[in-house]
Design a protein around this ligand. Structure first.
Ligand SMILES: *[C@@H]1O[C@H](CO)[C@@H](O)[C@H](O)[C@H]1NC(C)=O
Ligand SMILES: *[C@@H]1O[C@H](CO)[C@@H](O)[C@H](O)[C@H]1NC(C)=O
Ligand SMILES: *[C@@H]1O[C@H](CO)[C@@H](O)[C@H](O)[C@H]1NC(C)=O
Ligand SMILES: *[C@@H]1O[C@H](CO)[C@@H](O)[C@H](O)[C@H]1NC(C)=O
Length: 440
């Protein structure tokens, strides 16, 4: 039975192939061009030329809506206390402004507490333009530079919400402390119950985060000098393959140099041992592992980003295994090379982070290899400014495809498909809170 039925099938396939071959090989056929190019997209069109179906833009209710009038009475003063790296502090500040409006409170200038590893003292006013911040929040939330004298002498009552989880409600749990103490310092956390988070509070958050934070004049000047020194057009690449990140991610990598392994070990806390065996595979497949410079270079090539592209490395000074990138993409520039030696050595972590931010929201394109606070902030600001060449490389796709055993051209093609779809659909390209999907 089987032998009999195979033969006609074979004949049919053979005939069909022959017909197809004739169509394809015929030079006059307009189809041939399309088929050829779609079969080997790699090397033909770069990812930025893919047509988007969805774009993220600032929501109208925030940008164009008149803010709800502020209440006559303030329930007290709130100072937002921010910790961590620059972009984490900024995120907390944005949340804190939303909370202050939600509680009908008056905002005092935030406190930027710098983490020990930054080894520096730059507070809010050292990084951001205070007068601009106050001016831009006019109508959204009340902000004061100075506390009234009867309150100024007191230390604020501290309310730490950073560890709270679940259906958290600021009105229920923080308003009583505010009313009792009149002046609180707040470490926020975005877990406010959404159904009790009115639009006017959300609008204050959006306005604070995306329209009210401008770098100080001197930082803007430094950023602009740095930007001018980079050959154009350029791609800003946030390559987060640094010892602290790798240690934090609990991922293991094969083929690292002894120096890199030592640096990772030194950055590793006792509670952050890497996963091994099957757990490591699952972890990686879930997209938890930062891309190495090697993997980044391969993915950029899969996206048909030419290897002579000018790339600015928006990252700290400790990127490991960078040869994996620079051996393929040779036009890579860093802050260390572009800033004068004096600037570079006297600059602190927050200032350097501010410069990377400045360059990245003013670059032709931005590619992130991780989904960190800086990436989210930069992607959102770029969306705000209408810059649409922004992409998050998919660690998940990379892991899944390599685990399937794909290599070489096949891997490149599959990476292209995965990222093309993300780009078309605008996935992961902005913070959804203040941005709305716009179908093209
Ligand atoms: C990006 O924006 C430019 C200018 O607004 C527009 O011409 C272009 O079509 C957009 N590209 C994509 C992929 O949406
Ligand atoms: C804040 O003021 C508005 C009126 O402007 C009022 O509707 C709301 O209940 C107030 N919220 C709090 C927490 O006091
Ligand atoms: C912190 O900065 C001070 C002065 O700038 C310097 O003397 C010290 O070595 C630094 N500490 C670390 C851990 O980098
Ligand atoms: C990166 O690739 C090079 C060869 O291109 C290889 O020698 C090296 O071990 C790789 N590094 C990592 C971390 O995979």
């Amino acid at each position: 039975m089987i032998a009999v039925s195979v033969k006609p099938l074979f004949v049919a396939i053979f005939t069909l192939s022959l017909v197809l071959a004739i169509i394809l090989l015929s030079p006059s056929n307009p189809l041939s061009q399309d088929l050829v190019s779609s079969n080997s997209l790699v090397g033909k069109v770069d990812i930025w030329n893919v047509r988007r179906m969805v774009e993220w833009r600032p929501c109208k209710w925030w940008l164009q809506g008149n803010p709800t009038p502020l209440p006559m009475e303030s329930n007290g003063y709130i100072r937002v206390d921010c910790y961590g790296g620059l972009n984490q502090m900024r995120r907390d500040l944005c949340d804190g402004v939303g909370v202050a409006r939600l509680l009908n409170a008056t905002l005092v200038l935030p406190k930027f507490q710098v983490a020990a590893y930054w080894n520096e003292s730059s507070g809010f006013a050292d990084v951001f333009d205070v007068d601009y911040f106050i001016q831009q929040l006019n109508g959204f939330v009340k902000v004061v530079k100075e506390l009234p004298s009867e309150i100024a002498s007191k230390e604020p009552f501290h309310v730490d919400c950073s560890k709270r989880k679940g259906q958290f409600d600021y009105v229920e749990s923080v308003l009583p402390s505010l009313i009792e103490h009149r002046f609180i310092s707040l470490t926020p956390q975005v877990v406010q119950r959404r159904d009790r988070y009115p639009k006017y509070a959300k609008a204050a958050l959006c306005q604070a985060c995306y329209s009210a934070l401008r770098l100080t004049k001197s930082l803007e000047k430094k950023g602009s000098e740095l930007h001018q020194a980079i050959p154009k057009p350029f791609l800003s690449l946030h390559l987060r393959f640094e010892p602290d990140m790798v240690a934090y991610s609990q991922c293991e990598y094969a083929g690292l140099s002894p120096a890199s392994m030592e640096a990772i070990e030194a950055a590793r806390g006792d509670d952050r041992k890497p996963w091994t065996g099957e757990l490591a595979r699952i972890w990686r497949k879930r997209g938890k592992c930062p891309l190495t410079p090697n993997e980044t270079a391969l993915t950029l090539q899969a996206l048909s980003i030419p290897t002579n592209t000018h790339i600015y490395l928006a990252a700290g000074d400790g990127i490991m295994e960078i040869e994996g990138l620079t051996s393929v993409y040779s036009n890579v520039v860093t802050k260390a090379a572009l800033l004068s030696n004096e600037d570079f050595t006297t600059m602190h972590g927050n200032t350097k982070a501010a410069l990377d931010y400045y360059v990245s929201i003013n670059s032709d394109s931005y590619v992130a290899t991780y989904f960190g606070n800086m990436d989210k902030m930069v992607a959102a600001m770029r969306a705000f400014k209408g810059l649409n060449k922004t992409l998050f490389l998919s660690r998940k796709a990379f892991a899944e495809l390599t685990f399937q055993g794909l290599k070489g051209e096949e891997l490149m093609q599959a990476l292209w498909e995965a990222h093309k779809e993300d780009f078309e659909r605008g996935r992961g390209s902005a913070l959804p809170d203040c941005f709305c999907e716009f179908k093209l």
